[in-house]
Design a protein around this ligand. Sequence first.
Ligand SMILES: NC(=O)c1ccc[n+]([C@@H]2O[C@H](COP(=O)([O-])OP(=O)(O)OC[C@H]3O[C@@H](n4cnc5c(N)ncnc54)[C@H](O)[C@@H]3O)[C@@H](O)[C@H]2O)c1
Length: 346
Amino acid sequence: MTSLRVGLIGAGPVAQAIHLPTVARLDGRVRVTAVSDPNYELAQAVAARLDARACRDLAGLLAGDDIDIAVIGSPNAFHATQIMALAAAGVRGILVEKPLAVSRDEASQVRAAVAASGASLVVGAMHTYDAGWLQALDALRPLGDLAEYGPFHARLVCHIPNNEYFEDMASQLIRPGVGTSGAAPTPGELVSGGVLGLAIHNLPHIRHFIPEITDVAYAVPAQPWGYAITATGVGGTLELLARTGGTWRPDWTLGVYAESLYIELNFPPSYVHCGSATTTIVFPDGSTQFCGGSLDNGYLDEWLELLEIIDGKEPRYSVDTLVADLDYALRLAELAAATADREACG
Ligand SMILES: NC(=O)c1ccc[n+]([C@@H]2O[C@H](COP(=O)([O-])OP(=O)(O)OC[C@H]3O[C@@H](n4cnc5c(N)ncnc54)[C@H](O)[C@@H]3O)[C@@H](O)[C@H]2O)c1
């Protein structure tokens, strides 16, 4: 078996603690050949563990002509330009961490670049590939148009310890140096960062039930990190609560409730490989179904999806769907930021 060659763009916590352990579960179907990071010492240290080449930037990564798949684990602001450069260079598979891009303009440029190149693209919103969600979608399909069962209330709760806690469980991390912090973010920037950093994992799920967000009634950041947001949309209401920083038992739950339909997904935390979500559905006739409970998790499933698309399978999520998911998240982030800044001004 010839393994596909992987280049890591960004060698930070997500590359080390999420993608390398997942690559190790792929039975040799892929191998890392190059690692790039502007922190060249970090790139070298991570590459040395993998017997891969280290480089400082994307140009250096592409110059080796030894990449079939690229994993973009750089900060959000670079995702779109890096996808476009990889597509233009003819890289076959691109796994970009969420979010796909940080603006609608960028997203439409990405759409055009990926269409022109034919590259296979997966966004690393791992819960959208999680067996507990995909099985739930299959179970809901016979109901037909879900809008007929609304209005829905979607409640997304993420009470999870710090990322560092899980990074250290998932890997022996080589930590990059701590950067200097700039000006303190405004409340609006904090809640917007929370939506595009954390809630974005599950907004594609919520979009199935509440296809459009129209208003944010309340939005405040939480300490030490998190947010509380309530919103209204076509098809129902949303309530998003997140708090990280403690050592409490992780709780990452999405509940979608209507008068005659109840769906609750309990997701595993990020980084660690501890199986899929477990899902409970109560149907209009009162019957109950449990889904998920797989030993695979969304990280493995997103990688398997990428390999299958490269092999010719139709993508589960078209680029249009990925762009629409981003648009939904941007809309919520923008409305929540405006509300949080307004509330902070009293
Ligand atoms: N799927 C998940 O569960 C999950 C969890 C956390 C973060 N993320 C996403 O992963 C991405 C990276 O997160 P992180 O925590 O590793 O971030 P980070 O900022 O800590 O590390 C990113 C690495 O990218 C490097 N970098 C900076 N500019 C770069 C550039 N232009 N090109 C290449 N590399 C560059 C940095 O030096 C750093 O080593 C973010 O987009 C984040 O949203 C996903």
